[in-house]
Each structure stands twice: as C-alpha cells, then as structure tokens.
Design a protein around this ligand. Structure first.
Ligand code: FES
Length: 85
C-alpha cells in the first residue's frame, strides 16, 4: 500500500499476527508485500533476504527494514501509525 508517499507492506502471519513494514527490500527494492512468511520471518521474493517482522532486522547482515506500529480493531480494520515525514 502507499501512504504519505511511503511504500508499506502489511502482512499477516499464520498465527494471525499483523505487521507493517517498509515495502521495498533494502537490497534491490524487491516487493516485500509479495514475500514469503515463515513464523515471524519475512523472506524477500527476489533474492531471499530474510527479515524479522518484529524488529525489521535482517537475519543476516546489518541492514534492516523499517517497522510501523499496527493493530487490528474489533471490526477488522487495520490501523497503522506513521510518523509525519
Ligand atoms: S531485492 Fe530483496 S533480497 Fe534482493
């Protein structure tokens, strides 16, 4: 999704947890919304870099992706908090 000029990937794990993270991979801009999810790990669809959905930290290397606070209300609406750019 695009919000305030930001590309954000919203993902739901099999356990039902919802996360919002930067939508483009820091490696070569892979579309993280199309990535695979295993537990709380997001795998980039282009070259398989892996990121922790809780922290945004890459599982290998020192780069990471931005995470955004997100919750789902009782009506199923996804509520995302984005700091003013
Ligand atoms: S673009 Fe994501 S791992 Fe290369």
């Amino acid at each position: 999704m695009q919000a305030f000029g930001l590309d954000i990937a919203i993902v739901r794990t099999r356990a039902g947890a919802v996360y919002a993270v930067e939508g483009k991979c820091p490696h070569r801009g892979g579309p993280l919304a199309d990535g695979l999810i295993g537990g709380t790990t997001l795998i980039c669809p282009l070259h398989a870099w892996k990121f922790d959905l809780e922290t945004g930290q890459a599982l290998f290397g020192e780069c990471g992706i931005k995470t955004y606070p997100v919750r789902v209300d009782d009506k199923g609406h996804v509520l995302l908090t984005i700091d003013k750019p």
